[in-house]
Design a protein. Sequence first.
Length: 278
Amino acid sequence: MTPQLRDTLLAGLRDGSIVPYLGPGVLADVRNAATGAAIPADSDSLIYAMNDGKPMAPKLMYEFPRAAMNVELKRGRSTVTKFLTRVYGDTQWTRGALHDWLKSLTPHYVIDINRDTQLQDSYADIPHNLIVGIARIGGTDFRYKLYFWNGVSYQKSEVINPAIPILFKPMGTPKPEPVYIASDADYVDFITELMGGFSIPPAVKELRKGKQYLLLGMRLNRDTERMVMADMIHAAAQPAGWIFIAEPTDKERRFCRKVGLEIIPSDIFEFIGAAIPA
């Protein structure tokens, strides 16, 4: 990475022209405060955690949503919800270096496809909007819930205040209430409505026009995450932004060219000046 590109990225994150898009890799240095075990964030680690540390059948190991769908069909949707809440809501984790770094910049708009609460914790000192993705919930045409953080607690909201930061957690979070996109059925419903325009609030649709994106901790070798990302960054500038992938596959290179993302063959922890996790 050139010094000029680094300066461009940092300036854009600060002024809001570049939107950080956080994937599982941003949690690579996060550990269980009691045991030292790594937080389950990527697909494989989530599957192992959900299945008591054991692998599932090869066809289910392909992707967490497929494994979660299997568990849901056998033991009910609440089983998956309780698992994710136990992991991300009831377990104490160490702070991630990237989240501390991001807190120092305080971007106005952040997309975080992880289900943990570290991003929300980073903004706990200031009022902010929270958008949480939902799926397969009756009584609404939309696939999101809106909350306002007043500095003490989250309150349900009907509108977004564009003057304060906006945190978008499309795959869910345990706070203020445990809601997640996890199984194949969840993703099918959410992505269908995302393509139809019902998974993103109107204020965000307007805000995102012409933005560029910096994808951090993401890999683009799974169709589900690629479909979500492509629709989340709809109406982006050209080029659409950048993604850190130290060793991209040919499939990732082709997809990035298609959507207008420049690959930075480097590590995000090197970019933020933190120690690279083992």
